[in-house]
Design a protein around this ligand. Sequence first.
Ligand SMILES: C[S@@+](CC[C@H](N)C(=O)[O-])C[C@H]1O[C@@H](n2cnc3c(N)ncnc32)[C@H](O)[C@@H]1O
Length: 348
Amino acid sequence: MPQARVSQNKYYQRIQEQLAILLKPASENWQAKREACHTIAGIFAETDVYNLYTEKETEQAGGIWLNHGYAVSTWSAAMCLLELKRTMVFLAGLVEAIQEQLKQTKEKPIHILDAGCGPFALLSTLSCFYFKPEEVQFHRLDIFEDNITASQKLADALGIADFFSSDHCTDATNFQWPFPYPLHLVVSETMLNGLRKEPQVAISLNLSKQLHPTGMLIPEEVSLYLAIHQQTTVNSALTDAEFLTEIRNMEIACLMQLNKQTSLSKENQITLPTFSLPAHYQPDKHAVAVHTRIRVFGKHILDYNDCSLTLPLFLSTPTKPRIPKGAKLDFHYSISHSPGVQYSLHTA
Ligand SMILES: C[S@@+](CC[C@H](N)C(=O)[O-])C[C@H]1O[C@@H](n2cnc3c(N)ncnc32)[C@H](O)[C@@H]1O
């Protein structure tokens, strides 16, 4: 329940009401939560900062390729708000991580970098409703100046500008924390399924090394699994628990774990293993896929198919078989202009 400050600001109060619906525990009223997300987008539009419903920009226009991946356009970043489960789980996880960090840390405020904040600085803006500025100070960072300007205007309109200490229009993959006080928490959502195309890995590798020793990286862990699908679709009549068991049974190996520990690698690389596909694998019957699981913090997890970031990434399917029977796959993660998992094939 958001309750950190009492404000006379009319936008603040309305968002507070919507957050109570959005993060209401144990509520499965998805329609109400969906409406709450849209109402928040509507309130943001009323503040005249950025109206994602009327902006003409398309998903393709406005994004740019950087040295370590693609930065999505302002419109695409704004639209992330409406990806309900992503937004809910990231926000709930971030709020809980901040609470945990406040318990662990003697000095206050704690400092949080929102790396790739987008036009609403959504994750930090909404977290402000759960804390006091004496406890938490946010630092916004984005490659696009327009995103920084819009999120500053939004904070002014909502009456929460005193939660924000600094702004940085720069590339998060080589940003250096310039302050004498420690960086306690980094939050970044700059990823697609399978950690492809966008710079989440390079950003984590850079910023983890600048965290306070007890600092936190959010998401806490992104894991990739190699899976063999019997069919490309899963039986939709299953309960949630049966469905997840079926998904886990398909996973034959963990490919990669991106977390604070693995990001501290001196080589600035994450090493991936080599696998031989199981004997039962048949290219004309099975698909080979990469599954993504995002543990934002603690129990706040985005699992298979929960949102676009956790859709399966198919490497081979019966209609487009790319991996032969008996293949040995040598995986590596390419940190480059176009990042992602790559593999070379060794056939017996
Ligand atoms: C998917 S959006 C997420 C927006 C917001 N944090 C949220 O969760 O709703 C990713 C944002 O990261 C920014 N971004 C991507 N790559 C970046 C980089 N290398 N340096 C700084 N910002 C980056 C994009 O401009 C975009 O605003």
